[in-house]
Structure formats: structure tokens, C-alpha cells
Design a protein around this ligand. Structure first.
Ligand code: ZN
Length: 183
């Protein structure tokens, strides 16, 4: 596979013929959001004392799918929802500085990481002349990857609370979560 980006035919990020970029659109939406915004007067500590680790997939609306409101939880997202060292860093801060106690892990059906392999790193190295320090964390079996992620959280020496760690697969076609037995 190639990791090369295709050559853009329009200015970087442009979505319309007038040169407006997607970021311009987001900034415009923010101005409307802020106009209707009232300071909720919230503390930074999540109300439900829970941290959710999930894939960055655009089809997964965590707040809607889990009935979450502003201020309820920490959301930690990356490609795959994989428990990397940086996720452990965030969870450690979440628990030790901001009072969360429960961890929910969410992978999903049709994840992009299922179609990648560690060859991705090799191809990157060939292209840019430098091997990335990080693992791709590609997987073939989503359930097994959820189990591995639960295990990484449960065995972390840095976390205060590892008794309430549950893992799920979100079905992007039905919107339903399926819990994975830690095994
Ligand atoms: Zn994914």
C-alpha cells in the first residue's frame, strides 16, 4: 500500500469554489454556538466519574450513543480506541487529578485498523526515511483487541481504579453496543 497523499487540486482544505475551507466552516459554526452559549459553571471533574476510551471513527457519536451530557465524562479518542501509553497518561490524569473511577472502552465494527498491518510502518519508513516510534496497533479480531485493551488498563501500575473496566464493540450499522467478556 502507499501512504502518499494525493496532490490536491484545490487549496488545502477547500470545500467550496470560493476558497472557503472546512476550518472556516467550523469557526463559523463556533460563532453561532458561542452566541447561544451560557456558562454552565461546571467544575472540570466529570459528573459521572467515568472516562470513555474510543476510536476516532466519524460514525461514532459518543455522547448521543451513550446518553451523555456536557460535563459527564472524559472522552479519550485515537485511531482504534487502542490503549497506548498516551491513553494511559490521560487515564492516569483523569483518575488521579480529576476523580474518575470507571473506564469504558469502545471499539467498533468496520474499523480502519482492521485493514492495516504493521507494514504501514515499513511503508512509511520507505517513503520518509524515518521509522515511526509508535506501533500502528492494527488488529484482525476486534473482540480480541478489546480484551487486550481491557487488560492494559487493568494491569497499569499508574491507575488508582481498575476494578470497573468494561469493553464494548459499537455496531456502526445498528448503533448498538455489544459487551465483550474479558475472558
Ligand atoms: Zn475505528
Amino acid at each position: 500500500m502507499t501512504t502518499s497523499a494525493s496532490v490536491p487540486t484545490e487549496p488545502e482544505g477547500a470545500i467550496a469554489g470560493d476558497g472557503t475551507t472546512v476550518t472556516d466552516r467550523l469557526v463559523g459554526a463556533n460563532q453561532r454556538y458561542a452566541a447561544a452559549f451560557a456558562d454552565p459553571g461546571m467544575d472540570a471533574r466529570p459528573v459521572l466519574h467515568v472516562a470513555v476510551v474510543a476510536c476516532m471513527d466519524a460514525r461514532l457519536d459518543l455522547h448521543a450513543a451513550l446518553g451523555l451530557e456536557l460535563g459527564d465524562c472524559h472522552t479519550i479518542r485515537n485511531a482504534g480506541g487502542v490503549v497506548t501509553d498516551d491513553v494511559i497518561r490521560s487515564l492516569t490524569i483523569s483518575q488521579r487529578a480529576l476523580g474518575t473511577r470507571s473506564v469504558v472502552l469502545i471499539h467498533h465494527t468496520g474499523c480502519g485498523l482492521e485493514s492495516l498491518t504493521e507494514d504501514f510502518r515499513h511503508d512509511l519508513e520507505m517513503e520518509v526515511g524515518q521509522r515511526p516510534a509508535w506501533a500502528v496497533e492494527a488488529f484482525r479480531d476486534v473482540e480480541q483487541d478489546v480484551r487486550q485493551s481491557m487488560q492494559r488498563v487493568r494491569t497499569s501500575p499508574f491507575l488508582l481504579h481498575t476494578d470497573d473496566v468494561r469493553g464494548f464493540v459499537f455496531d456502526v450499522t445498528t448503533g448498538l453496543l455489544r459487551e465483550i467478556d474479558p475472558g
